[in-house]
Design a protein around this ligand. Structure first.
Ligand SMILES: [Zn+2]
Length: 452
């Protein structure tokens, strides 16, 4: 009985009817079988296209006949495309002439080694992203809403610019602002423009909620969409408590064409952009596709991209498909919220942990808006340095007692407790400058200085 009541309240994700129309069906007609037969046909088309147009894939897939891809198990034997392949010689993956390329996105890696990745898009590729933003945003906003965009937007074709265009199409107001460097200024803008929804980077939106004027947005902000490599649950909780809003997670990366999937009103897993992307979950060691519901690395293949299609691209993100049906009742797949990246795990004395795990305890502390972490050595002992950044107008006293509580919270993570068994191995500071903070859209990582 209770399940039925929930199903009545939660509307089906707007992505379902959008995908139905995209694959030539009417609203309400989408089935798993229809999606899968469409995806197989698109996989064959894409393989045919890249074999003919890209020297990289000609070499890699030259022996594959597209007609032989009759089911997904055959497809899953194809070789992977690695981030390094894109890094080393992106031009070899491009399938069109330079004249057809409308935008090139340069992605700098978080480490110091390696050249940046360059991803190429045609105008048609960009159009696919705008269309996804249009329908993806309908999960949380409608024509009555005014949406503040806290992402880079000034360059034509940038993520914020495409989002702005998508919002216009669905009839909502778009307020381009950019990444938040001054929380007070962002709040002022939200108040003046009567924003009812925010789209931004988790720590940036957290800084707004935790600044002195943040409470003024209570009951004004109805929904927030957070997007980065992983969204800490702790931050969602703080935003919900402060503003009384719903917080949605978006999953995407530039290589996917920015958008990959978005949560529906049930706030369970992301529903995926299945007409444009085919997702697999694989064992990162063996490369084998895992059973439905098992956690592994997310791998995707583009189904509709022209400029730089990617076949079985290794994302490095960890997640799983949720086998149970979403309470919204869609036939689309749900992928569990990404909890972090393979490369983001740090090993100390056989005990491994990630920034994502630290986030879940640190962001629950009042006043904290960001932090940096360094692992280093001190007199032969491994040490964890955590430098906290608090909001400028924060009233919380970061005294010894506060630091002690942060330290105890970190020790509640078993791997951290085991890696740093002595109290003096964990050092908490609040200079807010010892370690670089995420000021833009760069990924937040643990810095390992042990060999230096
Ligand atoms: Zn749903």
């Amino acid at each position: 009985m209770k399940d039925k009541e929930v199903a009545k309240i939660i509307p089906k994700t707007p992505l379902e009817d959008w995908i139905a129309r995209k694959i030539g069906l009417k609203e309400g007609e989408l089935t798993r079988e229809a999606i899968e037969s469409y995806q197989l046909a698109q996989l064959r088309k894409t393989i045919d296209w890249v074999k003919n147009k890209s020297s990289f894939y000609r070499q890699k897939l030259g022996h594959i006949e597209p007609e032989a891809i009759t089911d997904f198990s055959v497809f899953s034997k194809l070789p992977f495309t690695w981030p390094q392949d894109v890094q080393n010689n992106p031009q070899r993956l491009v399938c069109t002439g330079q004249g057809d390329i409308a935008r090139i996105v340069t992605l700098r890696s978080s480490g110091t080694t390696g050249q940046p990745k360059r991803i190429f898009f045609t105008q048609a590729d960009q159009e696919l992203t705008i269309d996804f933003f249009d329908y993806g945003m309908r999960n949380l906003v409608g024509p009555q809403d005014r949406v503040m965009i806290l992402l880079p937007w000034k360059q034509p074709g940038s993520v914020g610019d495409l989002l702005k265009q998508g919002l216009k199409r669905l009839g909502a107001g778009a307020i381009p602002f950019g990444p938040v460097s001054d929380a007070g200024e962002a709040i002022q803008c939200a108040l003046e423009t009567k924003a009812s929804s925010l789209v931004g980077i988790p720590t940036h939106v957290l800084a707004m909620a935790r600044s002195k004027k943040g409470k003024l947005l209570k009951d004004r902000i109805k929904s927030v969409l957070l997007s980065t490599d992983h969204v800490p649950h702790s931050i969602c909780q703080v935003l919900e408590d402060t503003w009384g809003c719903k917080v949605f997670n978006h999953y995407g990366m530039t290589e996917m064409g920015l958008g990959g999937g978005v949560q529906c009103a049930a706030l369970a897993g992301y529903h995926l952009r299945e007409a444009d992307l085919y997702f697999e979950i694989i064992d990162p060691e063996s490369g084998q596709v895992l059973k439905e519901g098992e956690t592994g690395e997310v791998v995707f293949t583009t189904l509709t991209r022209v400029g730089m299609p990617l076949i079985r691209y290794r994302t490095g993100d960890l997640s799983r498909f949720i086998p149970a049906q979403c309470p919204c009742g869609t036939v689309l797949r749900s992928m569990e919220i990404v909890k972090g990246r393979l490369a983001g795990r740090i090993k100390v004395q056989e005990h491994s942990f990630s920034m994502a795990e630290l986030d879940e305890v640190i962001f629950l502390f009042d006043g904290v808006v960001d932090y940096g972490v360094i692992i280093g050595n001190n007199s032969g002992l491994d040490c964890l340095y955590v430098d906290l950044k608090t909001s400028e107008d924060n009233t919380v006293r970061l005294d010894e007692d506060f630091k002690d509580r942060v330290c105890r919270a970190l020790r509640s993570i078993p791997a951290v407790q085991q890696a740093f068994p002595q109290r003096e191995q964990i050092l908490i500071s609040n200079f807010g400058k010892k370690v670089p903070f995420s000021t833009g859209t760069a990924k937040r990582i643990i810095i390992d200085n042990r060999d230096n």
